[in-house]
Design a binder for this molecule. Structure first.
Ligand SMILES: [Zn+2]
Ligand SMILES: [Zn+2]
Length: 195
C-alpha cells in the first residue's frame, strides 16, 4: 500500500501535470520494477524500459526510473498495451509487468458518463471524481491486484548508438544519417522528402 504523501509521487504528479489513473499505474509499475531489479534511479543507462503504449503512465515511468526518450533507454513499441518490460544491464535482470487491474470492473459509471457526454451533457466534474477515485484505488491496491509480474530472460535492447548526422541538401538542416531519404539522387531529410 502506497502512502499518498510519498514525495516522489508528489513530484511525479507535478512532472506529469495532474494525478490520473494512468499516472498512478505508471508510478506503481516503476516502483515495483526498481525494487525487483535492485536498481537505484539510474544516472546513466544501466536501466532500460520498453513501454507498449504512450499513455500518462509512461510519464511516471520516465520520472521515477530515469528511463527517458532523450537518453535512449526508453523504448516505445506502439502496441496499445499496458505492458512494461525493464532490464538492468548491470546485473542482467529483467522483469515484465502487465496491467490487470480489476478494481473497477463491473463499475458502469464510466460508460454512463460517456453516454451522457456523447449526448452533449457536461460531465467533466463527475468524470474527474471518477478518475480520482480510480487513481486512488490503484495507489492503494496490492501489487498483485494491479499487474502480473514475471522475470524476463531475453537480452536487453542495445545501448544507444552514437549516430552520424548528415546535412539535408534541400533545407540545409542536419538530421540523423539513418533517417535520410534520397530524391533525384540527392540526400534529404524526411520533411523535405514529403513536400
Ligand atoms: Zn494523466
Ligand atoms: Zn530538409
Amino acid at each position: 500500500m502506497q502512502n499518498m504523501t510519498d514525495s516522489d509521487l508528489r513530484d511525479a504528479i507535478q512532472f506529469h501535470g495532474h494525478l490520473c489513473p494512468g499516472l498512478a499505474l505508471g508510478y506503481r509499475v516503476a516502483k515495483a520494477a526498481l525494487r525487483e531489479l535492485g536498481a537505484e534511479r539510474p544516472q546513466d543507462e544501466e536501466l532500460v524500459a520498453v513501454v507498449e503504449n504512450d499513455s500518462c503512465a509512461v510519464d511516471a515511468i520516465q520520472f521515477i526510473t530515469g528511463c527517458t526518450f532523450g537518453k535512449g533507454n526508453l523504448i516505445f513499441r506502439d502496441h496499445g498495451k499496458h505492458v512494461y518490460t525493464f532490464f538492468n544491464r548491470r546485473n542482467g535482470r529483467g522483469i515484465r509487468l502487465s496491467e490487470d487491474f480489476r478494481g473497477f470492473e463491473g463499475d458502469k459509471r464510466f460508460e454512463e458518463l460517456k453516454k451522457r457526454q456523447d449526448a452533449g451533457e457536461d460531465v467533466s466534474r463527475e468524470r474527474q471524481t471518477y478518475l480520482m477515485e480510480k487513481a486512488g484505488a490503484i495507489l492503494r491496491a496490492e501489487e498483485k491486484d494491479i499487474f502480473a509480474l514475471q522475470p524476463v530472460e531475453s537480452l536487453p535492447p542495445q545501448e544507444a548508438k552514437i549516430r552520424k548526422s548528415l546535412r539535408c541538401s534541400s533545407c540545409g538542416e542536419k538530421f540523423m544519417e539513418s533517417r535520410g531519404r534520397v530524391k533525384d539522387g540527392k540526400i534529404i531529410c524526411i520533411p523535405c522528402s514529403e513536400k
